[in-house]
Design a binder for this molecule. Sequence first.
Ligand code: ADP
Ligand code: ZN
Ligand code: ZN
Length: 727
Amino acid sequence: MFAEVIVDIKNSEVDKVFDYLVPQTAVVGQRVLVPFGPRKIEGYIVKLKEKSDVAVDKIKSIISLLDDEPLILPEMLLLSDFMIKKNHLKRVDTLRLFLPSGIRQEKIKPLLKEYVFVKDFNKDEVLTKIRKNSFNQLKLLEFVEPQKEYEKSELNKMFGASAVEKFVQMGIFLKDVERKLRTPDVKQKDDKVVVLNEAQKQILEKIKEPKVHLIFGVTGSGKTEIYMHSIKRCLNEGKTAIMLVPEIGLTPQVSALFKARFGGIVAILHSGLSMGERYDEWQRIRSGDAKIVVGARSAIFAPLKNIGIIIIDEEHDGSYKSDSNPRFYTHDIAEFRAKYNNCPLVLGSATPSIDSYYKAKTGEYELHELLVRANQKEMPKVQIVDMKQELLAGNSSMFSRQLQSDLAQCINSKNQSMLFCNRRGFASYMVCKQCGWTAKCEDCDATLVYHKEDNLLKCHFCNRRYKAITNCPNCGSNYIKMGTIGTQKVAEELKKMFPNVKVLRMDFDTTSKKSAHAEILEEFSKTKPCILVGTQMIAKGHDFPNVTLVGIIEADMSMHYSDFRSSERTFQLLTQVAGRAGRADKTGKIVLQTYMPHNYVYRYMANYDYKSFFEKEINVREVSKFPPFAYIVRVLISGENLANVQLVTANIHTDLKNIYEKNQEILFCQAMKSPVSKIQNKHRYQIILRLSQKGFTNLIDLVYNSCEVNSKQGVSVFVEINPNNMS
Ligand code: ADP
Ligand code: ZN
Ligand code: ZN
């Protein structure tokens, strides 16, 4: 028999299948070792066939089949086809997404634990075989009991490996090997029994139907309970489930919740796992031992069979879009798998993405609403504070008088508060007041951020560090000013204001260690009063009953991105942050500080009026022809050699410009430097297109085609559709 094999090498030229001769036992999806030129490399069987077009004397045999069972399910091979078509990915890149890196090239092996089983033995008879002075063997003989099992390494430790080995040789010990699993740490949590209310029950019933559902439910309305009940239902039917959550920051609590309710059949997959943990969790899923997968984006590729439901919680979250190679959108993959398994896909959010809500309004998705919190409590009140007025009143600190007094009150009543600041570090920029010079990274075209703890300027794109300066390198003046506020600065000011109160900080810098997230959250949950300062990491999912105050230091920060989604993002982010307050029986409050108090985003947000916000926003998009009424396509061209990058850009642009002039369905076409024109010494140019709904399918192929024919060694060209990030 012959097999088409895709070889696992990262090289575009070899992203095609080669024919090999295989034994009859081979199966599709199986991993194989094949001769490739002078080398032996791994590959995967993507197809089996009786005949090959390759001449018989040219065709080689595979060297060996590497696993007993195929690593890639038939479903995933079809998914690979789908992704290749949809996202123009290389086949080998899609296959890599499906397998934990530890499996490929056997970087990780199963962890084995050895046991010895003690057979019935006659002590006196054994004594005749042991020398009188071998104390270890004598002690071992005293220690072990027949018909019992001991861990071999433990016995080795106590009596020495040679004594144990001697007992094996004498036939008293039988060796036994068992796989030991590396499992991710999950916090212990007690489960509580929840009886669904009427609204929840109705939704639970409706989401049985195999289609795409959108649950629009305010924070705390009981969406998670619906998810868990529907998963329970799937298990009862002998099916499996995937539950996706945005980021690692969210997973500790969600993982604990799911483990508490469903126990050992839950597998956890997220980027914070070690290679070994990932490998073992993956194997548990593949073998069928794990039936529920909880995880971040990549968990959508979990090798589950017979899926009964796929859930994407916080479906609007940006992390569901993979922005770097291989690019994909989790919702597309989820929809594919849901169709294949004929099961429902459930999206949930308190602030659905404009795209998803639009699809729900137009009937493509089925919409379900939960308009009140499960505990009937009102949403916390949002007070908008105008920071311009604060300045006029002589308060130049980053805390408004309102926030200061609310903080003091929160502390006095021994409660907790969370302060949100969407920028890490101490003070964003170093600016010269005299000449306007700002410190920038030499490799990237990015403003450096000052980090006080190590008195360094850091580039948030490439992590390069620079010494902080006291004099302006441009004009020599010493009027160096710190720009806007970062998390570190907020924490420091708080410590001055409330020296006796514990202040915790959670951002990229304080969470570089693997367990740091969980530790900070754990400490916060145990400390009263306490203030937690953080970036958007604190916005999501956390459920702390004693948080009564949430402060938003500078709401406007995320409004300034020059991106058509910045209003949507800001609305979502602030609603998420606000949802952290007053979750249990205590009343919560939000103080939102802004320099634009009349902006519609804040007004609707303060009333938790997503629907009005949606109406306003969808109108803007329709009039200006932005998604979901058109597609934005960015072609990003980057490379170290500026001239080459410019040349490729110009060539593609000329192609597209020609089409643009003849085709009404291209609404916009322009080439330019990227807003961040250099990252890690690579120059970045972009061509931005806007394609009409109607023309998209045909035109996008022309775009890909032009990128392909104009490509050049050393220049990478990426096509992004409705990108998350336009920097
Ligand atoms: P969401 O996912 O919408 O934010 P959750 O499902 O986490 O909401 O529910 C918020 C809180 O309300 C949780 O503490 C949860 O245990 C509780 N809860 C949810 N549904 C019910 C219910 N029917 N009865 C009582 N408590 C509930
Ligand atoms: Zn840099
Ligand atoms: Zn200067």
